[in-house]
Structure formats: C-alpha cells, structure tokens
Ligand binder design. Structure first.
Ligand SMILES: [Mg+2]
Length: 471
C-alpha cells in the first residue's frame, strides 16, 4: 500500500520525505540498504522501484565516499610470447577489489620491477585509491628526478590500475568514465611483411582476407638487412658478428618499389602504412617521403629519431605525406611542440612509456584541438592490459585515427582472461567494469622471463663502415 502511493520519484519527493519521517520508512530503507538489497527488495515489493533505486544509489554513494585505501602495489614479469611483459596489481582495503596496470618495458624489466616493488609500493600504501590525479602527480615527483622509460612505466602500472579500480567501483568499463563511445569499435592496422615483393604481396593478401582495411607493409625487418650483402664492418672484425646492417640506399629503393608493387596489385582501395623506424638520415627521410607521396600512404611512421624532432618542420614543408610519430617519447617536451605546431598528423605514444592512461588522455585532448589524431603504439611488447587501455581511449576520443594491434597467443590469453578481440579489422574490448581484463597469477608463473633465451636489448645496428644507427 505504501508502495502504490509513491509512484514517481521526482514529483513525490517531498511527500516521500515527510512520509518517511512519519512511518520510519527511512530506517527501513537503511536496513535494506545496509544489506545491499535495494534492487532485490524492490523486486519483491518491499519497496517501490523508485525507493529501491534510491536505496541502491545511496548505498553506492556512501560506499564511494569512504576512503578506499591502497594496501599493496606489486609488479609481475612474464614472457608468454617471446617478449617480456610487466603488469602491476594494486590491492585495496575492499576485499577482492584490485586493479591491473601495464608497466611493460621489454628491454629493461628488472629496474621497472624494482621501481614498483621497492619504491612505488611503500609510497602508495594507505593512500586513497580514488584520487588518481593526485596520486599520479605525487608519485611522478616522488623520485624527484622524473621521466624516462623505467620510472614512467612503473608509474603507468599504478595509474592504469587505479583507473581499473575506478571502473570496477562504478560498475562501468573505463571508456564510459570518459563520456562513452565515439564509435562502435576500434579500426586497426596489422603488419604485413616479406623478404621480397612476392612475400609482401602474399602477406598483404592474407591481412585483407582477415578483414583489415589498413595494412603496414615492410620489406623484411626494419632496415631490411637482407637487401644488402655489404656488411664491411663484419669483414673487418668491427663489432660482433650478430650486429645488424642498415644500408640506406638499398632500403630506400626497395621501399619505393614495394609501395609501387602493392598499389599495382591491390589498387587504391586499401590503406597502406610504413615504419621507417628512424633508421635513415633526416635528408634521406625527406627524399623517401616525397617519392612515396604518389602512392598515398595512410601514414609514414618515425621518419626520424626523436633526437631529430626539429626536422619535422622541414619534412612538413617538403611533403604532404601524413606523419606518425612518438612511440619513444616519454616527456611532454617531446610531444607538446609537435602537436601544437601541427608538425605531425598522428601522435603514437606508447601509453605506459608516457606515464600511463592519465597522461595519454591529456595528450589526446591536446591533440584534438590541433587536428592531430591518435595512433597509439600497439605492438607485441605490450600486455593485454596496455592494449585494453589503448582501446578504451580509442573508443572515447573524437580524434581517434587508427590503432596498431597484435593478436594474443593462447598462453597470453590464459594469463589474461578477457583479452581484447579483433573481428573484421575492428578491435573490441571486453566491456565488463574497468579494463575488462583479469590476471591469472598462477598461469603467469608458468612463463618466467628467461634471460638466456634472447637478449633483453636491441642488437646494435650499423652502417657498412660500422657507424652506429638509431635505434
Ligand atoms: Mg614504430
């Protein structure tokens, strides 16, 4: 009877308050709320739907206003797919509520583990897990000297985990916390490569058959050592035999031929991308880009090294080829000038390398106002948590450009239930609260990082005479 007299929550709000005072309804609602049974009680007719909803909202609000303390921050390293991955878990004072972040720095896992377990853990304990920005700002300066891939990746592990916790508390995927979706899914590019034109063609064809509309094409590995036999430094005994050769002229000629061939075979209906990987001199990069202009690349990535950022003004003046840059950036002094002066078309930072999700969403917003679109770094040396963070941001920002994506093997999926998936060239997140990715610590232990299997560093890359080449 009480329920039927209170049907619309807004118009009858005042009546309800008065009625509560007279009948003790508030205490009854408190009791139901205390049990966390608002919706259940509503379903059984003990409260009206409006009251049940109000009880649940009040319970959640009160729960949300109590400080949620960080109880432990831990970093875990694993190697399920031939690259070292690091994830961070943040445990809280609410039993069972934890967050996951990506802190992967494949080439230097040990110092990131130490930065998290020996420094960020004691720093963060007992602090309020809800205040993400405050924690980020203070953790960032907690080492006094800051930036750099070790400290930024460690910080990212904490930062992303706090966003995961925030989403879980809200009962929403993280993209909802940013304002919801701007697109139904995330358009991705995949990698096609081969040692010669035929192999590249076959690789592109298989990517198109998988449904990708954007394909990155490479002739072999970066710089394509097999395109030249003239590793004179090896004959001279300079360096070590495994040091790699990067001979500029064969690479530039082969890359132009590759674009010509792929356009001739597949026409103009697909989008082509290419990564120079910073291995040519700036003047040669400009020459290459001008030659590639006729093949309408979607973008050319990393035409010069970050140390040569000042060349982007000249590159811009010389060619209309869209430029993507930024995967090595770890300081605002690197990305801010390129964005504000509109010197690149796509900003492609590695989220954990910049310090985490909090930083990347600010970069995205800055870029929006300068017509720079996103192309976050998304290779294999990124955990599924990092990939999910990329995708949540991609879904929510208006200036999304394209997303690099790498498939996960079975071992990775075993460790990280809820991995993002790709269908018809579109990536989808698991839309459960937070990142939608879980962590199976037991499964991770089956894939320890193995220092003997493969070095944790880039082998030196040299010109014919042995001169070192970046990166
Ligand atoms: Mg790259």
């Amino acid at each position: 009877m009480l329920n039927s007299s209170i049907s619309t929550p807004l118009t009858n709000a005042a009546i309800r308050l008065e009625y509560s005072a007279q009948t003790g309804l508030h205490s009854r609602r408190d009791w139901i709320k205390g049990l966390g049974l608002g919706a259940t009680a509503g379903a059984f007719g003990m409260l009206s739907r409006a009251e049940a909803f109000a009880a649940d909202v009040t319970a959640k609000a009160e729960k949300g206003s109590a400080p949620l303390r960080i109880t432990q921050v831990r970093a875990f390293a694993m190697r399920p797919a031939r690259v070292n991955l690091i994830v961070v878990t943040v445990d809280t004072s609410e039993p069972g509520l934890f967050g996951l972040g990506c802190a992967t720095y494949t080439q230097r896992p040990a110092p990131v583990l130490a930065a998290v377990n020996e420094y960020l853990d004691p720093f963060a304990r007992n602090r309020d897990a809800d205040n993400i920005e405050d924690l980020w700002q203070n953790a960032y300066t907690s080492s006094y000297w800051r930036n750099g891939p070790v400290l930024n990746n460690a910080l990212s592990g904490l930062d992303m985990a706090l966003w995961d916790i925030k989403g879980k508390r809200a009962g929403m995927p993280v993209y909802q916390l940013l304002g919801g979706k701007c697109r139904f899914a995330v358009d991705c590019y995949s990698h096609a490569s081969g040692r010669d034109l035929e192999e590249v063609e076959d690789s592109v064809r298989s990517k198109l058959e998988e449904g990708f509309r954007h394909v990155r094409i490479q002739m072999g590995n970066y710089g394509s050592e097999h395109l030249s036999k003239q590793a004179d430094f090896r004959d001279a005994g300079f360096g070590l035999p495994q040091d790699r050769l990067m001979d500029e002229l064969p690479y530039i000629k082969a890359t132009i031929k590759m674009f010509e061939h792929v356009r001739n075979v597949f026409g103009d209906g697909l989008e082509l991308l290419h990564d120079v990987h910073e291995r040519v001199e700036p003047r040669d990069a400009i020459r290459l880009l001008k030659e590639l202009e006729r093949y309408r690349p979607f973008f050319i990535e990393d035409p010069v090294a970050p140390e040569a950022n000042d060349y982007f003004r000249q590159i811009r003046a010389a060619t209309t080829v869209p430029i993507a840059m930024g995967e090595l950036f770890n300081s605002p002094h690197e990305w801010v000038p390129l964005i504000k002066d509109r010197l690149v078309d796509f900003i492609r930072v590695h989220l954990s390398q910049t310090g985490g999700f909090s930083v990347a969403r600010k970069i995205a917003t800055l870029a929006e106002f300068f017509n720079v679109r996103s192309a976050w770094h998304g290779p294999g040396d990124l955990s599924p948590v990092g990939h999910a963070a990329n995708l949540h941001l991609d879904l929510a920002i208006p200036n999304f450009g394209i997303q690099e994506f790498s498939a996960f093997n079975e071992a990775t999926q075993e460790i990280f239930p809820g991995c993002p998936t790709v269908k018809n060239g579109y990536a989808y997140v698991n839309a459960t609260p937070g990142w939608g990715v879980d962590f199976n610590e037991g499964a991770a232990k089956k894939y320890p990082i193995d220092k003997a299997e493969r070095p944790h560093y880039w082998e030196p890359v040299r010109r014919r005479d042995g001169t070192a080449v970046r990166p």
